[in-house]
Design a protein around this ligand. Structure first.
Ligand code: UDP
Length: 377
């Protein structure tokens, strides 16, 4: 058995999800050949106060986006220099992780792991193959890229260009899509079966509302507005599915409301591919994972907001490729959905086809195969 170590951290749901998707991809394609260990490098290996970073992330990205924008602006010289200095302090932690897990290959799915790992690698008599799988869709912080890594996996031309700009050799950059859970690679089951199983109304178009893994943003206001826009004229013109993620308060508040249209309210769901396939469009913040998954499922997208910095570029990605719109005001979002389910039905269908054409359902398997070729080479 060869050992693979995946370095991630729980700053947002996406890094863990990507790590788990890759593990599932290895297990499915190469059963019994690899032992995969996923570690939260920041929480479990770094000293205080650095190990508190994942705890601060929901606060920073949700409640203090202006502060996050400043911190994220690592392109500024002083912050980059600061991070480089901190990275030097963290080298010992990488050495400890390597000593504990003795990997034959390391995969990083986090922007803060490249520099520190390359510093650690430079001290070793023998280099361990190291690849980066970028979990951002279009905008990627420069720290994602280090010229010394063996391969970088990206999901868009824009990210490829950023990697080249950061000095990664073009032949080491692979554009294969975001590592999405293998469930999204399976042929979808019929909508009617899924709706029956998920307790949805069989015949009404469905909008899926989601605020990332943490259920952030004005999801409640959007749900309330959709309830109004889809119930005008007395008869429901659509149904609403809400995925609150880990936001229990949101789930409770929504459950306590009265609804005029059929509604399904969920906490954190493990069968996102089913929910997406059962719906007809999605309203979400500009999270890379959710967007990539929605494209695979052919869901036109209303983007209701973005986390400054890493999610900003996802807005033009969706809008310019004609697979959705960017609208912030909940009443306008609800009016858009009502139009898509009414007079603009044909436009919705066109966007759905375009979304599906842009999706990379096999990205995880393609990345895994490419990584295995690299070890074998
Ligand atoms: N997700 C999920 N179940 C939930 C809520 C979210 O599986 O109940 C997944 C979602 O499918 C996506 C990820 O969590 O893969 C969210 O990632 P995204 O990049 O959209 O946003 P983040 O939460 O990382 O900011």
């Amino acid at each position: 058995m060869q050992r693979i170590l995946i370095l991630m951290s729980d700053t947002g749901g996406g890094h863990r999800a990507s790590a788990q998707a890759l593990k599932a991809g290895f297990d499915e394609l190469y059963p019994e050949r690899f032992t995969i260990n996923i570690i939260d490098f920041i929480t479990d290996y770094l000293p205080w106060p650095f190990n508190q970073m994942p705890k601060a992330y929901p606060f920073l990205s949700n409640d203090a986006p202006w502060l996050w924008k400043i911190l994220y602006g690592g392109q500024t010289h002083s912050l980059s220099t600061g991070l480089a200095q901190i990275s030097r302090l963290m080298v010992g932690a990488v050495e400890r992780a390597i000593a504990e897990h003795r990997p034959d290959l390391i995969i990083s799915v986090h922007p803060l792991m490249q520099l520190v790992s390359m510093l650690a690698m430079a001290r070793r008599p023998q280099r361990i193959p190291f690849v980066t799988v970028v979990t951002d869709l279009t905008t990627a912080h420069p720290l994602w890229f280090h010229p010394d890594v063996d391969a970088v996996y990206v999901a868009s031309e824009n990210t490829r260009a950023l990697a080249i700009k950061a000095g990664v050799a073009p032949e080491r950059i692979h554009l294969l899509g975001l590592p999405i859970r293998p469930a999204f690679a399976r042929s979808p089951r019929p909508k009617v079966d899924l709706r029956a199983e998920l307790g949805m109304a069989p015949g009404l178009p469905a909008v899926l509302l989601i605020g990332g893994g943490e259920g952030i943003g004005p999801v409640e206001a959007i749900a309330a507005a959709c309830n109004v826009s889809l119930s005008q004229g007395g008869k429901p013109a659509g149904q609403i599915v809400v995925v609150c993620g880990r936001n229990k308060t949101l789930q409770e508040r929504l459950a306590a409301r009265d609804w005029a249209v059929p509604v399904r309210i969920n906490g954190f769901v493990d069968n996102m591919a089913d929910w997406m396939t059962a719906c007809d469009c999605i309203v979400t913040k500009a999270g890379p994972g959710t967007i990539a998954e929605a494209l695979i499922c052919g869901l036109p997208i209303v983007l209701s907001g973005f986390i400054p910095g890493q999610e900003e570029g996802n807005v033009p990605y969706v809008v310019d490729n004609h697979v959705g719109v960017y609208v912030e005001a909940p009443t306008e979002i609800a009016a858009t959905v009502a139009r898509w389910f009414g007079p603009e039905r044909d436009h919705l269908r066109m966007m759905a086809a375009q979304a599906q054409a842009m999706g990379h359902p096999y990205a995880t398997f393609d990345i895994v195969k490419s990584i295995v070729n690299l070890i074998a080479a």
